[in-house]
Design a protein around this ligand. Structure first.
Ligand code: GLP
Length: 241
């Protein structure tokens, strides 16, 4: 219950009560929570306090409002399971850097056999290929080449590809990643890579491959990246048994 003498704001206390119920699964996805009026009466607090608590739960992804119908416990979203499938843009923002991209090449082409296999496409299927130099605070960080099945995002090349492709996929095509498989390998910069990354040929780079899938294991992207070895650190969080 809530304590009006506590220094913890009332809305936070109310929020914590509901958050705990949801986290302990006492409330299930789709369960409706009481109306604002009912909550005001239940906790004997103002409507503003109740609104703040609900807004905060909505912002944190615990509740969802359905217009005219009420407020419900939010079903777990694919994106949330997939906190790990982050984009370059998100990675840079998280590090406090300004993400950017310079477009090097864009193409719609018939998928090469290895790309077709990775994207589980049939013979002759078309793919969109985008090669970009990724920047952090204006400095070259990685060269990224991404292949996507053409039929999933046929108008992608009309978008501003100096921004986040993941964001475009989500906004324009409602594509949400479910999982990804990623490989990292140490390597040495080739001449062209070194020039673009502003390092010397032979300097250390990290090569990364990512294959991402949406629900039902449908492949969405295959990406090969070459990161500057001196600038980039990959962080992996491991949980116990
Ligand atoms: C990371 C991933 C790539 C992905 C890219 C999308 O760099 N390794 O596989 O294509 O993010 O980034 P953005 O959404 O910023 O274009």
């Amino acid at each position: 219950m809530i304590n009006k003498d506590s220094s913890i704001p009332l809305y936070i206390q109310i929020k914590d009560v509901w958050k705990e119920q949801i986290e302990r699964n006492l409330l299930k996805p789709g369960d409706q929570i009481p109306t604002e009026n009912e909550l005001c009466k239940l906790y004997d607090v103002s409507r503003i306090t109740v609104k703040q608590a609900i807004n905060s739960l909505v912002n944190d992804g615990y509740l969802v409002r359905s217009r005219g119908k009420g407020t419900y416990v939010k079903p777990p979203k694919l994106e949330q399971n997939l906190a790990g499938v982050t984009s370059f843009t998100e990675d840079m923002i998280r590090r406090g850097l300004k993400p950017g991209a310079t477009l090097l090449n864009t193409e719609v082409e018939t998928a090469e056999p290895d790309i077709a296999a990775r994207l589980q496409l049939g013979d002759g299927a078309r793919v969109i290929k985008v090669q970009r130099l990724r920047l952090a605070d204006g400095q070259p960080m990685a060269i990224e080449t991404i292949w996507l099945p053409y039929h999933l995002c046929p108008t992608l090349l009309q978008e501003d590809l100096t921004t986040s492709i993941y964001q475009i996929l989500k906004n324009q095509y409602k594509i949400v990643f479910n999982r990804a498989v990623q490989y990292l390998e140490a390597s040495k910069a080739e001449k062209r890579e070194a020039k673009l990354l502003q390092i010397e040929p032979g300097d250390s780079v990290l090569e990364m491959e990512r294959q991402s899938y949406m629900k039902d294991n449908v492949p969405v992207e295959f990406t090969q990246s070459v990161y500057r070895g001196d600038k980039y650190k990959f962080r992996v969080e491991l949980s116990g048994q």
